[in-house]
Design a protein around this ligand. Sequence first.
Ligand SMILES: C[S@@+](CC[C@H](N)C(=O)[O-])C[C@H]1O[C@@H](n2cnc3c(N)ncnc32)[C@H](O)[C@@H]1O
Length: 304
Amino acid sequence: MGEEQWCLAVPRREAEGRRRRLLEEGFLDRRFHPRPEGDAILFPVTEEIPGAVRCEFETVPERIELPRHELVGGIAIMQENDPAGAERLLASRPSLETVLFPETAVEGEYRTRRFSVLAGVPTTRTRVTEYGHSFDVDLSLAYFSARLSTERQRVLGAMEEGERVLDMFAGVGPFAITLAGKAGLVVAADLNPTAVHLLIENIALNRAGNVIPVLADAAHLPRLGFPPFDRVVMNLPLAAPEFLPAAAALCRDGGTIHLYALQEQEGEYLPLIREVTDGEVAERQVRTYSPGRWHAVYDIVVEK
Ligand SMILES: C[S@@+](CC[C@H](N)C(=O)[O-])C[C@H]1O[C@@H](n2cnc3c(N)ncnc32)[C@H](O)[C@@H]1O
């Protein structure tokens, strides 16, 4: 639908110069797009200037500036405490239910954050879909990051059918349930009871009957008598290196450990890795964390 408006017909060859002058003089009406008509361009103008006639223009849709945010299922996490921006964000995406602002950094043993609700339904719970899997998450009670989805697919791609996998820091299960697609068996452990609760729900949700949830401190896993694993995932970037001896004890000769670590120097954890095995090590950057710090993954082949 158009709107009737004052406009100026300018021959095409003069259009660019005239457009600039209209802009400088403040006569160009920016609510509308200029449009061609025959050999002329019709410029919408703000008032009845000499030569102006009435014509119809399509209105330019208003450009809405959206605040920076990260999407996790139906929740948007904003980086600024801006309730008006949160309302705009909520209105811009029908799939969004809630806009949150993190009141704290990721903290504590359970790696969780406290949030305040900026807009929408007051909840920190949502369902995330990732490569055909669904994960119920509660962002204030158990860790979840959608940013590792590509990494989970990379590890899945490196696996052989039927492997025995251990996820030492499983959270709500995104690694464990993704890898279960190829694995014979996945043992998924976490220290946080709410994370394990959600992990159990997610096992059911994805019918991943080959995932065994375990509520345990990873340090105790070597004492539980599991036969050696083909692959061990260690996704606790701030502290996983401490658990490397336990992981090496649980991994078979020739098996692989994926060690995620937060570091400031390339090869920072190589000396520690060399204390547990002489096997092949490949190091990659997963994502940046802060200036000068990044999440790295070490793929370690265990030689015993
Ligand atoms: C960074 S999160 C990773 C969760 C999951 N792998 C993911 O990608 O969403 C680390 C998890 O390790 C758990 N955790 C911390 N210390 C632990 C320990 N000593 N033993 C077992 N789990 C632990 C936390 O509760 C948290 O869920």
